[in-house]
Design a binder for this molecule. Structure first.
Ligand code: UD1
Length: 417
């Protein structure tokens, strides 16, 4: 898909099913190599990041397939322990394979992940956690070489509740001898989900999803089956779409409890959100009110991944909305593109002030990153005329069928090749 075309002005109605969580399935795919057996993952979204993870698994010698939302990994034939630079670059989060390969093979070589669209992406917390578990890490010509013939359980106090570092530590700990205690762990639902998968493998895990996690390694079962949780960020994106375009939709297959911080903000803006089991009924009229200052925080706070799409829908508010981004340094790259559509947004360091209520107009805009690209789609739904969104590869990293879903809800959206 080279670009997307959206003509604004259509209210949304109808229902769609929300995909499985990208940020759950990636660490689970990495952890699937621990046992040397077979894993079946259902509700697996079909995304370019997931295909990149499957390519890494194949490169390591595993059998890895994805068909009709079911990923199957057989790691009994695993031979390799290196992830080449090209695969590391294709998926920024490939560092999530560090703990798993180390646990399975006793060594791993990966190229240093560079910065990314969201600013520098350090992995110091991942590395110091591996060292706590007994790894020795050296750097050679841009490659990281980690060796630990025998990992052993330890106490790991994270300086910041990093999602990826918590996951890497849990996975490595699952392959370590003895008990690992992780303090100041990230509490995201995706961590809980990883814990559930590790339990399905036979690992003893407690506290996943709280700030103190305990993991006691193997022995593993040869077969594990796991259903991935719903993607709360994709759900937040569709809520933002309704807020921006107006309308009345049903989102099926969601976990409303994972969306509390997001739903609270949209409700403040005047968006109707009602839960019925695993469905969310979302409705929005023409005029929205600005929410109180939105500050991104680790879970259960407002997610940084939902900031760009919320910001795009705040362009429909009567008055000024204020955002404070505390997680990533460079997370306002959608702002200059939104300005091309007529948005009035001022950025000063970590703060952005959005003056809503000005009419937006269609424009040619470029996706700066995954969630920033989604924000452009959200704004385009409310703009007068047609927008063309280029650099859509970023959007495809994380959203399954987003254009088809918006079109099914009545948006005038399609691919423009
Ligand atoms: C994960 C999510 C991403 C989300 C982010 C925050 C996946 C695949 N990605 O990314 O969508 O935006 O959580 O919710 O799950 N940090 C360090 N040193 C480290 C690790 C992180 O300084 O070793 C910093 C980062 O630069 C960033 C902050 O910690 O400023 C949060 O990063 P982290 O929670 O690790 O995010 P990711 O796991 O990379």
């Amino acid at each position: 898909m080279s670009s997307l075309r959206i003509t604004g002005g259509q209210r949304l109605s109808g229902e769609i099913r929300v995909q499985g969580a990208k940020n759950s399935v990636l660490p689970i795919l990495a952890a699937s190599i621990l046992s040397g057996g077979e894993t079946v993952i259902t509700n697996c979204p079909e995304l370019s990041d997931v295909h990149a993870a499957l390519d890494i698994l194949r490169r390591l010698g595993c059998r890895a397939e994805l068909e009709n939302g079911v990923a199957t990994v057989d790691s009994s034939s695993m031979t390799g322990s290196d992830i080449p630079d090209e695969l590391m670059r294709r998926m920024r989060s490939s560092v999530i394979f560090l703990g798993a390969i180390l646990a399975r093979c006793g060594e791993v070589t990966l190229s240093m992940p560079g910065g990314c669209e969201l600013g520098p992406r350090p992995i110091d917390l991942h590395l110091s956690a591996m060292e706590r578990l007994g790894a020795v890490i050296t750097e050679r010509g841009g490659d990281l070489i980690c060796k630990a013939p025998a990992l052993r359980g330890a106490r790991v106090d994270l300086a910041f509740p990093s999602v990826g570092a918590t996951e890497n530590t849990m996975i490595a700990a699952a392959g370590a001898r003895g008990v690992t205690l992780i303090t100041n762990a990230a509490r995201e639902p995706e961590i809980y989900d990883l814990g559930e998968y590790l339990k399905a493998l036979g690992v003893r895990v407690s506290g996943a999803g709280t700030s103190t996690v305990t993991v006691e390694g193997g022995p593993y079962r040869a077969f594990a089956r796991h259903r991935v949780i719903p993607d709360r960020i994709a759900a937040a994106t569709y809520i933002a779409a309704v807020a921006s375009a107006g309308g009345d939709i049903v989102l099926r297959g969601v976990e409303p409890g994972h969306l509390t911080a997001v739903s609270d903000v949209f409700r403040e803006m005047g968006v109707g959100i009602t839960c019925e089991g695993d469905a969310l009924l979302v409705s929005a009229g023409k005029r929205l009110m600005p929410p109180r200052t939105v500050t991104t925080r680790p879970y259960p706070g407002f997610p940084t991944d939902a900031q760009p799409t919320l910001m795009a829908s705040c362009l429909q508010c009567d008055g000024a909305s204020v955002f404070v981004e505390t997680i990533f340094e460079n997370r306002y790259r959608h702002v200059p593109e939104l300005r091309r559509m007529g948005a009035d947004i001022r950025v000063d360091g970590r703060v952005a002030i959005v003056r809503g209520g000005r009419p937006l107009h269609g424009a040619i805009v470029a996706s700066p990153d995954l969630r920033g690209g989604a924000a452009l789609l959200i704004a385009a739904l409310a703009a007068e005329g047609t927008s063309e969104i280029i650099e859509t590869k970023h959007i495809l990293r994380g959203y399954e069928n987003i254009v088809e879903n918006l079109a099914a809800l009545g948006a005038d959206a399609g691919r423009a090749d």
